[in-house]
Write a protein that binds this ligand. Structure first.
Ligand SMILES: NC(=O)c1ccc[n+]([C@@H]2O[C@H](COP(=O)([O-])OP(=O)(O)OC[C@H]3O[C@@H](n4cnc5c(N)ncnc54)[C@H](OP(=O)(O)O)[C@@H]3O)[C@@H](O)[C@H]2O)c1
Length: 313
């Protein structure tokens, strides 16, 4: 009998209780799922972890074979000095589909000029702007081609958009122009009519979009950031919006969350704030990923989605 600690915040337990028990049972393993305080930490085999949960010190979990994060982002745990166990991030089909829908929706909104249409219900026949170009004549750039960025890039390419992706290492993805490295970033930004950033928060990605890189964008570019707030230098973005270099930004993630009420983004006419709702792990599908990793741990196989702690994601 293995012991699994469910260490997400307690209100999330009812959503996971059935799916996680079922998914582990489906692997053929016998498991007892406990919550923090219900078992001696030194008897726990696997920790289902969340950055919002009560367990942030892993010192007492001497037997644990892995920490299985329920979130895709690991920036709040990757530098935890008490963590000596392997750390796995979440790659979940439900999370991925949510991100694809969020990104596709906001790209289409920009592409079709939906905000302008909503603002122009004024009895005037605004035909002078003409029809929007076809998607194939609209250049969309995806910063990050990981589990989420790649799925979004492919969905947008499937709608016909001219999609360029940028990642740390070179890639080949059918239907996507893939770039990497410093030179690749410059080339990608210079063609980004719509820029989507789905990068992780690491020392290398912090302030990637800054006063220098934002000037590389075509004038009036739109930005969608469901990655992490640290990717953007906020003062540089506000300055860029002020002079029209960036035409509009849709921001889902922020350096401080919840975004403080006095933050200039809230009242900015060219910023849309969404409250970190682009995508979240779904209990049914995320439980299957957790269960598969527990199965692998018990079988002595390599874990899925192992975080490279030196790289930070
Ligand atoms: N807003 C939300 O609701 C929400 C929900 C889930 C996740 N997220 C965010 O989305 C992020 C991405 O998730 P994921 O599952 O797609 O992660 P992932 O699979 O680890 O992919 C990360 C991508 O970023 C690239 N990358 C990392 N560092 C880079 C650098 N210095 N320069 C260029 N490219 C770099 C990686 O390049 P390589 O492929 O070359 O390694 C990879 O393509 C998460 O870390 C999280 O912050 C947000």
């Amino acid at each position: 009998m293995i012991r699994v600690l469910f260490a997400d915040k307690p209100p999330n337990w009812p959503r996971y209780e059935g799916p996680l028990s079922d998914a582990i049972a489906a692997t053929g393993l016998e498991a007892e799922i406990v919550q923090p305080g219900e078992a001696d930490p030194s008897t726990v085999d696997y920790i289902v972890y969340s950055p919002q949960g009560p367990v942030q010190d892993f010192t007492a979990y001497t037997k644990a074979k892995a920490v299985l994060n329920l979130w895709a982002g690991v920036e709040r745990v990757v530098g935890n000095t008490t963590l000596t166990q392997p750390l796995c991030r979440m790659v979940d089909q439900g999370l991925e589909r949510g991100m694809v829908e969020y990104v596709t929706g906001h790209v289409l909104r920009y592409h079709l000029g939906i905000d302008a249409a909503l603002a122009q219900q004024d009895g005037v026949w605004h035909h002078d702007g003409g029809v929007p170009p076809l998607a194939r004549n609209r250049s969309v750039v995806m910063l990050g081609l990981g589990a989420l960025g790649k799925a979004c890039a492919e969905a947008l390419a499937g709608l016909g958009f001219a999609v360029t992706g940028w990642s740390r290492t070179p890639k080949e993805i059918a239907g996507i122009t893939c770039l990497s490295g410093e030179e690749g970033l410059r080339a990608a930004l210079s063609r980004a009519e719509i820029l989507v950033s789905i990068l992780p928060d690491t020392p290398e990605t912090t302030n990637l979009l800054n006063s220098r890189t934002l000037t590389l964008l075509p004038k009036g570019a739109r930005i969608i950031n469901p990655g992490r707030g640290t990717l953007i230098d906020d003062d540089a973005l506000l300055a860029s919006l002020g002079v029209g270099q960036v035409g509009h930004a849709t921001l889902d993630v922020f350096r401080t969350e919840p975004l403080p009420p006095e933050h200039p983004y809230w009242a900015h006419p060219n910023v849309t704030v969404t409250p970190h709702i682009a995508a979240e792990s779904r209990a049914e599908t995320a439980s299957e990923v957790i269960a598969e990793n527990i199965r692998r741990g018990e079988a002595g196989e390599l874990f899925l989605y192992l975080v490279d702690r030196s790289r930070g994601y």
